[in-house]
Design a binder for this molecule. Sequence first.
Ligand SMILES: Nc1nc2c(ncn2[C@@H]2O[C@H](COP(=O)(O)OP(=O)(O)OP(=O)(O)O)[C@@H](O)[C@H]2O)c(=O)[nH]1
Length: 428
Amino acid sequence: MTRPATFQKLLRRGHLRVASAAVMTFGCTLAVIAHVLMSGVQERHLELVARTLSYSVEAAITFRDEQTAGELLRDIAGREGLVDARVLLPDGAVLASHVTPDSGPVDRLMRRVGEVLMHSEARSPVLLDGRTIGLVRVRSDGTLYAWLLVYGAVGAVLCIGASLAAGTLMTRRMERSLIEPINQLAALTRSIRSERTYDRRAPPARIAELQALSEDFNAMLDEVQLGQAELLATHRRLQSDNDLLAHKAWHDELTGLANRSQFERRLQEALNSTGARGGHLAVLFLDADGFKAVNDTAGHAAGDRLLTMMADRLRTAVRETDVVARLGGDEFAVLLHPLRSVDDARRVGQKIHSLMTQSFDLDEHGHFHCGLSAGMATYPLDGDTIPALLDTADRAMYRAKHAGKRARHKPLTGQGTPYPTPHDKIAQ
Ligand SMILES: Nc1nc2c(ncn2[C@@H]2O[C@H](COP(=O)(O)OP(=O)(O)OP(=O)(O)O)[C@@H](O)[C@H]2O)c(=O)[nH]1
């Protein structure tokens, strides 16, 4: 595809054409008028010269004085710019004649041009007492006319040059007031498109049409910006909804602890890194003893509060890197990772146990003492998969619970490590 011409080029070309056409039209019209006028004037002038000459040569013809007739012809031809002047007798014989020689090649050329364009001749009879005694014939070659043409052509060329200069000046001025704002607007559009800077605006223009274009362009940018802001707000809303959903998907709503899904995900991550680097980790399963009584005696809201307080205590008992989760009801799980030894896990388990069995202050419902049954599974001793570890810890916890129900401090052996729990009843 050919590239379209620039506005600047079109403007310059247009100016050149208009200026040339104007000068040519004007020049041609002037030339036609000048030709008509000059032909008429030349014809009348020659007639006058021929008539004057016919009076002057009357005596010379009468006396057949060739010399005087010749001098008269020479004199008048020199003054009136004639190329050929003759005095003829009635029988056609030439009494006297004068032919003006050309003065060089330029004169010769101009004479030729003049002859082609404006060759004129005049005749006048020589009368004596009403009788024709001779004839005067004069010819002009139109050299003057040819020179006039040359001056005219030079003038036309100068006029075209002047028009061109004026046109260029006008184009430059127009460029400043018309093309520059258009180019600026185009550059602004390009940069807004590439940099997405929709807060930029087109400057005011001095030409009404361009000003209208700038205003429309800016109004369009306003709308784009508004749309963008709305889009951004929607995006933020969606993002926050998404965050909320993600939080809900990974957290327990009541306590804010990790839920079972997150616990298992973190456990898998811990298993991966521990498996790769070597080391230990421990999973603790915790279940409150006699929690149901809180709901039954103090109400569900108090039960909720107690669960929240338990969660807070559990958080304080472990490190940032450990994971505390609520698996459901009054059942919690703790992931201890990284871990130097199984003994460390036991120590943390004891710490948790002693913290959780301290009384909880439930305001108007008094202080509650809650028991805790716990089971522990350690990696790699009790398994190296999530189901194996969870199952081991769960079974250990249930053994602890049943053992606790049978006897307060009966130590248990077997897979996993149950913690004996003091079965304190809820004190009010
Ligand atoms: N307030 C409250 N109670 C809950 C929630 N989820 C479960 N529960 C109740 O917690 C109780 C848990 O049951 P259990 O574990 O059998 O109660 P428990 O008295 O601790 O029994 P043991 O574990 O055998 O000692 C049930 O009564 C559930 O209704 C909760 O989100 N809020």
